[in-house]
Design a protein around this ligand. Sequence first.
Ligand code: OSB
Ligand code: MG
Length: 375
Amino acid sequence: MHIERVELITVRMPLIHPFTTSFSTQTERLPLLIRVTASDHGGTVTGWGECVALAEPFYSPEYLEGAREVLRRFLVPALFEWQAAGHAVSASTVGAALEHVVGHRMAKGALEMAILDAQLRLRNMSFAAQLGVTRVSVPSGVSVGIEKSIPDLLGRVGDFVDQGYARIKLKIQPGWDLEPVKAVRERFGDIALQVDANTAYRLSDAQRLRGLDPFDLLLIEQPLGEEDLRQHALLAGLLTTPICLDESIVDARSAADAIALGAASVINIKPGRVGGYLEAARIHDLALAHGVAVWCGGMLETGIGRAANAALAGLPGFTLPGDISGSDRFYAQDITEPIVMKDGAVSIPGGPGFGVEPLPAALGEMTVHTLDLTA
Ligand code: OSB
Ligand code: MG
């Protein structure tokens, strides 16, 4: 495959409702899209990738403008140099072409994603088929932010329960944990319920977190810091609620360490955070071999990321519903045809590549910045 052109396209998408977590309040999303023009003897195609970095480095060290800069200055030039040196370009060689750049997994993952989409389109194959996924849909969960009051939260959760979401995740932080969980349990009974702390606690909060045990949660996600694997293992011995890691799992190696240490009995796999869909599939395989359940996390993706996540979540180890909600959970207008949640599930697209692409009119309206990096 020959890469002819790489464009970095930043779009601005207002959220229909503010999304508050222990680390920030988001009122809009600025996804960085990557459009790759690639060709082989079969013709010329466009492949799309999406970078999950948020505007600020509050969830991860990576952030929008840093990702754009490292792509423009280092990653895309490295890919073109790799190609000019006569190396084959494909999704499985992107990692090697970019290996000398330390970190920046979200930026690397987005470039690999666009190349994967292009490669699959040249072969006229869907991502699901490439993964060997035969299911046609996956259960859809929803992540509910911190609200101003318990009644506001119960209203939000009630809407999502009425819509039929298969699982509810509540964002928690010190001061917004036991009460909201108790209120949601009391109001909605036996729904599939879990919580996400986004690193807001310390091991010394173990006693407080034990207060969540009676509520029969599916899991508590990332209670402690990103680098606190050992502390998570200690906390696991103090709670009956299973511990799931998100921020701590940055690649298959950290997943292997977390499993070996007993720091996680569940793993949230976010393809962007771990450097792409190939590494995400490796983490899935590793977790499956160890009997560790996984589910697919979300980063307020556009339809492009949602479609790709749905296909990944079709793999057999994804035994818990993911944060793969309908586009309308966050956006009045998605960049693609909307991803729809129906009867608690989201369909896995069957078309070539990720099976979706930006609608030209929506892309035109929402684009705030473009960079054309032609070879
Ligand atoms: O921790 O899972 C998280 C969104 C942005 C940053 C971090 C997280 C989230 C979510 C998922 O909770 C939101 C979604 O895409 O559905
Ligand atoms: Mg999380």
